[in-house]
Design a protein around this ligand. Structure first.
Ligand code: MN3
Length: 236
């Protein structure tokens, strides 16, 4: 098993850095958190995503599900002080370098913490502005999907194809392309060395209260609610 100090090489092999950084530091500050991890506030009222998502769903998903993962991650890593100097992004990107007993909780709860933090940030509270990607991100969308609508359709198809619990993802690959992925459970794209750009949680806790088994209605509502400025900022 590689020593913890060997993990320093992670920062030189990550696909997103300039040789000294694992990933671009802004804007996803949660990826920079170190132990003990904290649940970020939503930044908006639990009612602010209605009617796409109801307040009870948002509150339970944020405080109970997301908060539970933060707590479980802290509990699991309490006995690994050597890992406390690493950020969440580093812990996920370097999973195979950590002590075996730490990998499973990092993979499950660390991924879930990163995923949900991005999910809450991507959703636009209040009135929906029709802002669509422009600038560099818009150019990447056109290059890799031809249009925003095609990108959204690919994400929709991916979200509906998932059997059981998982997420549909727009990622930036190690070769700097945008691509759609489906990942089971709460696995972060960072585990595969890809940067999370947009994630749609299709666990039933994300939508069942409001949509029952109609996942497509939930996915459409979420896609209509996406703040594309925040999405684009992930790749800048
Ligand atoms: Mn969830």
């Amino acid at each position: 098993m590689p020593s913890i100090s060997a993990s320093l090489s992670v920062s030189r092999t990550g696909p997103f850095g300039d040789g000294t950084h694992l990933y671009r530091p802004a804007p996803d500050v949660v990826l920079q958190q170190k132990y003990p991890f904290v649940l970020p506030p939503l930044g908006y009222d639990t009612k602010a995503l209605a009617p796409a998502l109801d307040a009870a769903t948002v509150q339970a998903h944020h405080l109970t599900v997301h908060g539970g993962h933060v707590q479980s991650l802290n509990t699991a890593l309490a006995t690994f002080p050597a890992l406390h100097e690493y950020s969440l992004g580093q812990l996920l990107m370097g999973l195979r370098r950590w002590p075996e007993a730490a990998r499973s909780p990092i993979r499950a709860h660390g991924s879930a913490h990163a995923n949900h933090a991005l999910y809450w940030k991507l959703l636009a509270p209040g009135a929906i502005t029709a802002a669509l990607p422009d600038g560099r991100f818009g150019n990447m969308i056109v290059r890799d999907f031809e249009s925003v609508d095609a990108c959204k359709a690919a994400l929709r198809d991916a979200a509906l194809s998932i059997e059981g619990n998982g997420w549909a993802w727009l990622v930036k690959t190690a070769t700097n392309r945008l691509a759609v992925r489906t990942l089971a459970n709460d696995d972060s794209p960072l585990l595969d060395g890809e940067l999370p750009v947009l994630g749609i949680d299709v666990w039933e806790h994300a939508y069942r209260r409001l949509y029952q088994n109609q996942r497509a209605r939930y996915v459409d509502a979420v896609l209509a609610r996406i703040n594309w400025d925040v999405v684009g900022a992930q790749v800048e």
